[in-house]
Design a protein around this ligand. Structure first.
Ligand code: DAT
Length: 180
């Protein structure tokens, strides 16, 4: 695999990514609760600190200022212990993450989730296409070492709870493996 510069930290950093509506925020909150790691909602951070160049009215989303965002996050990521929740995964430095989770949801489940958020038909369709084309999964596989990218199904509450248990087990093992 690729050489990733060693980035010592006492706790792991986890990225939870996926198409909007796949359950990133809900899963991240539950995983933070289960593991004691800290949930970092990047969308909220972008809004709170204005790490954007305004609203893209066509797509009804913020135009990210990636450099500002990475600068803002760098110090937060250094000590580790973050569960980063964002729909885009290919803008972050590879060295930040020990595990990358890509949540996946079946079409017939995702569609009503997006509609019930009050998204415009255009925005619903864009996100459906993103999920069907596996855009986030492919971006994750291109951006991170293959062995740290895990695809998890997120259709039901049962699957979400199973995913949280897996994250907890993975974190406990990471602590054992990285004990000094
Ligand atoms: P995201 O952060 O990926 O946009 P979310 O966590 O806000 O997604 O979830 C969107 C909605 O779908 C929210 O009402 C919770 C629900 N949901 C998410 N994942 C689910 C799952 N695995 N089972 C049932 N409901 C889920």
């Amino acid at each position: 695999g690729r050489e990733v510069p060693h980035f010592p930290r006492d706790l792991p950093n986890i990225l939870i990514t996926g198409t909007p509506g796949t359950g990133k925020t809900t899963t991240s909150e539950m995983a933070a609760e289960a593991t004691g790691l800290t949930h970092l909602n990047v969308g909220d951070l972008v809004k709170a600190k204005s790490l954007h160049e305004g609203l893209d009215t066509e797509f009804d989303s913020y135009i990210l200022d990636e450099d500002k965002l990475i600068d803002e996050m760098e110090e937060m990521m250094k000590p580790g212990g973050k569960i980063v929740d964002f729909h885009t995964c290919d803008i972050f430095p590879e060295r930040w993450f020990d595990l990358v989770i890509v949540l996946r949801t079946d079409n017939n489940v995702l569609y009503p989730r997006l509609e019930s958020r009050g998204y415009s038909p255009k925005k619903v369709n864009e996100n459906m296409e993103c999920e069907i084309m596996q855009v986030v999964l492919e971006d994750a596989r291109e951006s991170y070492a293959e062995e740290i990218v895990i695809e998890l199904q997120s259709n039901s509450i049962d699957q979400m709870e199973e995913n949280v248990s897996r994250i907890k087990a993975w974190k406990d093992q990471w602590i054992i493996n990285n004990r000094k």
